[in-house]
Design a protein around this ligand. Structure first.
Ligand SMILES: CC(=O)N[C@H]1[C@@H](OP(=O)(O)OP(=O)(O)OC[C@H]2O[C@@H](n3ccc(=O)[nH]c3=O)[C@H](O)[C@@H]2O)O[C@H](CO)[C@@H](O)[C@@H]1O
Ligand SMILES: C=C(OP(=O)(O)O)C(=O)O
Length: 431
């Protein structure tokens, strides 16, 4: 992977319309789930990001045909799939490699993978994946590599020990292939989990409860092919709301998927940032109060993340940088990941007034004029948050390790460039 650097000139007002890409975290499980059928699958609105490119490489190693037949269109045909022993170096590049467990188990009865990678934002437990696949009739061996085997998946009534997003996705795919009825309780219901479930229904699966935390799946039905369009990325929409807010710009976010934005909009309202809804578009006006709203009685407000439908964990870093440009004080409580808030140090280095209370809580007091600086992007969302900080800072900033941002955001420098942002992308070296 090449090392990428962004050189950002701050202080530009932006203007125009931007459309969110397809949801990264929907496209990944859907591409993986395409291996469950031997019929062709045509996907549209697939984000052209590094994580998807890695997954495409990985599924080709199983024998599946996988071709881009449009800028954001991907055709997958897993006519035959080899009993898979997935390449460790590829598995470790993305979190989503674990999503190949269920479809390959269903197709081949066995799969060997390596621990997945993804953002380094705290311990990322996989226990729920193992429990749920075991409940559906798989056995596993844990070591430097993970091996799953099954003589045949069988439906079951399963209570997930936590509503893990990717574990729910593996469970849904396994349940669709399993014989008989499965009930998944305490399951995740994020927009991307819903999108995967709708894709499976398009293949011929029967799933009830989509959007809730209890799914009932009648497994073992014959599956065909399907054409499916990936939904808009609500995390990208949250990032663009933050972008408009910090650069004091009016932006129209086209086809924003407003049905999935209630908790996001409510979170930004706490910062004094309001959006207008126009059909399926969202308009973020330049004129905003940017006055953080205290709780009743004048108490300091709190913004916390939780599983869906609460405020998304992946939008927290963006909201933190937005808060540095708003007046007042707020407590951010990152409940899900242990190391996601450490990047706030880098914002402090740029002049932000942030107290990191402990690994899960940070207090932001604003507004502050940020100064340009040289920073490293530790993960996708912190990287995007620092790009926003750089765009509203005085002077020039250098963001190193920007290939992390590109794991999740498609052509971000040129898409923001079209709005007036000054971002120069430099490829430094092959790592
Ligand atoms: C490829 C993909 O889709 N990645 C997403 C997926 O990761 P992923 O599926 O890995 O995340 P999980 O939903 O499993 O869990 C995320 C973290 O939250 C913790 N947890 C989870 C549920 C809960 O009720 N309490 C709790 O503390 C887990 O222990 C874990 O530390 O979901 C995360 C949470 O939305 C997102 O940040 C990731 O972008
Ligand atoms: C944490 C994220 O991704 P992943 O789970 O793929 O590391 C993210 O998309 O913010």
């Amino acid at each position: 992977m090449s090392a990428v650097q962004y050189i950002v000139e701050g202080g530009q007002r932006l203007q125009g319309t931007i459309r969110p890409a397809g949801n990264k975290n929907a496209a990944l499980p859907i591409v993986a789930a395409a291996l469950i059928t031997d019929q062709p699958v045509q996907l549209h609105n697939v984000p052209r990001i590094r994580d998807i490119e890695t997954l495409v490489e990985l599924i080709r190693t199983t024998g599946a045909d996988c071709e881009w037949n449009g800028e954001n269109s991907l055709r997958i045909h897993a006519r035959e799939v080899r009993a898979a022993d997935l390449d460790p170096a590829m598995c470790v590049r993305i979190r989503a490699s674990i999503l190949l467990a269920a479809p390959l188990l269903a197709r081949c009865g066995t799969v060997t993978l390596s621990p997945p990678g993804g953002d380094v934002i705290g311990r990322r437990r996989l226990d729920t994946h193992f429990h749920v696949l075991q409940a559906l009739g798989a056995t596993y061996e844990l070591g430097a590599r993970f091996r799953f085997d099954t003589p045949g998946l069988v439906g079951a009534d399963v209570f997930l020990d936590e509503p893990s997003v990717t574990a729910t996705e593996n469970a849904l795919v396994a349940a669709v292939a399993a014989k008989g009825r499965t009930i998944l309780r305490n399951a995740a219901s994020e927009p991307h989990v819903q999108d995967l479930a709708r894709f499976l229904v398009a293949l011929g699966a029967r799933i009830e409860g989509i959007g809730s935390n209890v799914y009932t799946i009648e497994g073992g039905l014959p599956l065909g092919g399907a054409t499916h369009e990936i939904g808009p990325d609500h995390i990208e929409v949250g990032s663009f709301i933050g972008l408009a807010a910090v650069t004091r710009s009016t932006l129209r976010i086209e086809r924003a998927g407003v049905e999935h934005l209630r908790s996001t909009l409510m979170g930004f309202e706490k910062l004094g940032i309001s959006c207008q809804i126009d059909g399926d578009d969202l308009i973020v006006p330049a004129e905003q109060s940017r006055q953080m709203q205290n709780d009743l009685g004048g108490h300091v407000a709190k913004l916390e993340d939780q599983p869906w439908p609460a405020f998304p964990a992946d939008t927290m870093s963006i909201a933190i940088v937005a808060a540095t440009q708003c007046e007042g004080m707020i407590l951010f409580h990152e409940k899900m990941f242990e190391s996601r808030l450490y990047f706030t140090d880098k914002l402090v280095g740029m002049g932000a007034r942030i107290v990191l209370c402990d690994p899960h809580r940070a207090i932001v007091s604003g507004p502050t004029q940020l100064r340009g600086g040289t920073v490293e992007s530790p993960d996708i969302r912190a990287g995007m948050a620092m790009l926003l900080a750089a765009l509203c800072a005085d002077g020039t900033s250098v963001i190193n390790n920007a290939q992390q941002i590109e794991r999740g955001y498609e052509r971000i420098e040129s898409r923001l460039g079209a709005l007036g942002a000054r971002i120069k992308r430099v490829v430094l070296s092959a790592q």
